[in-house]
Design a binder for this molecule. Structure first.
Ligand code: M6R
Length: 602
């Protein structure tokens, strides 16, 4: 949610900021802005909409020579996406950018307004810059004024501030929202994640919650509640080429095609011929654990729902799944025999992170399944299993879901192994099936062309129902989420057996039913559910290895002997269908409206 960049050094700052923001644009793209102080001169530019508008606006501006600079790409939380609400926010002589939510901003704003400060925007962020200037005007040195400001903030923030009162210094603070510092000799970078600084910085420091400080003359002064601290950087190793589109039209498309390959990476060294090896877990990790509770949001939540079937069926261990934003406020009863698992692609989702912190406060052991090493959720967990999907840039998550589900399947087998609740021959059969999944994920030209053709029939209507049973129910939820995110058409996922308890009232020819009909799981049951819908004239698109005579449209999948292999193949079909519908509707596939890749506000 929102992206921040900063740079202090002699290079062309405008380009560094714009290139960095380009890498972060997926986090929010309602508006963007930059501010630069060079010598005594302060310049700032803002533009509503995508970054290209800001590029256009700044095309004649150059900023070579030593200076300080900050930039921001916004996903609106307080106030509409207008230029006035875009960051950086200006006081009288200082600028601030911020990611997160200042929860006590109304109280602070009232206080400042009573002292005569005029606010230009509707944002919570603007309070930071006015507070800073208030303290500075009272006679505090810039860093003292910044420190006093940060002490007044409640909520989540990653913030950078520059001021004419200290034109060679960038002030920074982090609490709850991600921020890192990159180093290349005396040049210093700031960013919300490492992609903007790959190829620029060679060392990095990931700021912890509660840290703040300033950078001046190439030196970072870092503080926490105990005072100034010594910190250690680490080498920045990342392959930027991985994050490019490599000839595909969209990142989402590339990421769908990549699934077969990355699944191999997810399994590498973990799925052996007759056992699952998870080096991340100590031998006695599951000692005393009788229940698993999983918390996640969105697509990651769907992956968790799938896993609940697997944990109970294969490992014979109780598993509850909760949406993180609900879990946070329900005063949950937590017992120490529960392993608390969080799932997150980004590792920065605010609700999931907070749920994890709650579980830790209650003394629970925690495990995260995440795609981003060093992310907040990974760092906060006792232990983490990385999904190894590689950078996912499409806002609509695809390969992250596939690899999360694979890791959870492995984990279910692993628990069955260590608790000896899984017979050896079942374990062997599961592993065999696992090894077949990369093949099930291959996108053939024929399949893609078929879905491209089909998609033209699904651009209207009054809604979609994705239906399935058992693990195909969470897949139905995920298929519906994918479609609505990028097509803006209404879609719901439903357990097939539940349709006649209400939703079937909607059935008519304009109601599109995407029926997940695996051969290996309750085929006859779902078949009768679909027949009931067909009898009421609903339009049926069946996805199944078995021909189905009542289907208006039919996507034939391969015969397989294992439900999870069918699951992954059907997952690809639903992803491609959503993609093709979105393309035909002319939508922005990778940056759908109103969404952001990383939801770092609650
Ligand atoms: O990074 P996370 O997995 O924690 O993100 C959770 C959701 O915000 C995310 O899955 C969202 O639903 C995606 N846009 C789905 O495609």
């Amino acid at each position: 949610m929102c992206g921040i960049v900063g740079y202090i050094g002699p290079k062309e700052k405008k380009e560094i900021l714009l290139d960095g923001l380009q890498e972060l644009e997926y986090r929010g793209y309602d508006s963007a802005g930059i501010a630069i102080i060079q010598g005594e001169k302060l310049n700032s530019f803002k533009a509503v909409g995508k970054l290209k508008n800001l590029r256009e606006k700044t095309k004649d501006y150059t900023s070579k020579g030593f200076g300080i600079s900050i930039g921001h790409t916004r996903w609106a939380t307080h106030g509409k996406p207008t230029e006035l609400n875009a960051h950086p926010h200006l006081g009288a002589y200082s600028y601030v950018v911020h990611n997160g939510i200042i929860e006590n901003y109304q109280e602070l704003k009232k206080e400042l307004q009573q002292e005569g400060v005029t606010f230009l925007s509707q944002t919570d962020t603007e309070t930071i810059v006015h507070l800073f200037e208030k303290y500075h005007n009272e006679g505090f040195e810039p860093f003292e004024a910044f420190k006093k400001t940060v002490n007044r903030l409640e909520g989540a923030y990653a913030t950078l501030l520059i001021t004419e009162a200290a034109p060679d210094t960038i002030f920074f603070a982090k609490n709850g929202s991600p921020m890192l510092i990159g180093f290349d000799g005396e040049e210093v970078y700031f960013a919300s994640s490492d992609t903007p600084i790959i190829g620029k910085a060679n060392e990095v420091y990931y700021l912890e919650d509660g840290e703040y400080g300033y950078v001046q003359n190439g030196k970072v002064h870092l503080f926490d509640s105990h005072g100034e601290k010594v910190f250690h950087t680490q080498p920045l190793i990342a392959d930027k080429a991985m994050a490019q589109k490599e000839g595909y039209r969209f990142f989402m498309e590339k990421e769908i095609y990549e699934q077969s390959r990355v699944m191999g990476e997810t399994m590498m060294g973990r799925v052996l011929e007759e056992e699952i090896v998870l080096d991340e877990l100590d031998a006695d990790f599951f000692k005393g654990i009788n229940t698993i509770k999983i918390c996640a949001c969105g697509t990651s939540y769907h992956s968790a729902l799938t896993a609940a079937y697997l944990f109970e069926r294969l490992a014979k261990i109780r598993c509850d799944v909760e949406i993180a934003s609900e879990f946070r406020y329900k005063e949950p009863l937590l017992t120490k025999d529960t392993l608390f698992v969080t799932i997150s692609q980004s590792g920065e989702t605010a609700d999931t992170l907070e749920a994890l912190k709650m579980a830790k406060r209650a003394g629970l052991k925690s495990l995260s399944i995440c795609n981003v090493d060093n992310s907040s959720i990974v760092r906060e967990s006792d232990t983490a299993i990385l999904t190894r999907a590689g950078i996912e840039k499409g806002v609509a998550s695809t390969k992250a879901f596939a690899t999360q589900t694979m890791v959870l399947w492995m984990l279910a087998l692993y628990v069955g192994q260590v608790k000896q609740t899984l017979p050896k021959e079942v374990l062997k059969a599961e592993i065999d099936a696992m090894l077949h999944t990369p093949k099930a994920l291959v996108v053939t030209d024929e399949l893609h062309a078929r879905l491209h053709r089909l998609s033209k029939r699904y651009l209207h209507g009054h809604g979609f129902f994705f239906i399935g049973r058992d693990i195909f129910y969470p897949l139905a939820l995920e298929g519906a989420l994918k479609l609505k995110e990028i097509s803006y058409l209404h879609a719901e996922g439903y357990p097939a057996g539940e349709m006649k308890h209400g939703p079937i009232a909607l059935a008519d020819a304009e109601l599109f039913t995407i029926a997940l009909m695996p051969k290996t799981m309750h085929y006859d049951k779902i078949k009768s559910n679909v027949e009931e819908l067909s009898a009421r004239d609903a339009t049926i698109c069946a996805i199944s290895p078995l021909p189905f005579e009542l289907a208006d449209d039919f996507v034939q999948t391969h015969y397989s002997s294992h439900p999870m292999v069918e699951f992954f193949e059907m997952m690809v079909v639903t992803q491609l269908l959503a993609l093709e519908i979105s393309v035909r509707l002319g939508n922005d596939v990778d940056m759908p409206r109103n969404l952001a890749k990383s939801v770092t506000v609650e």
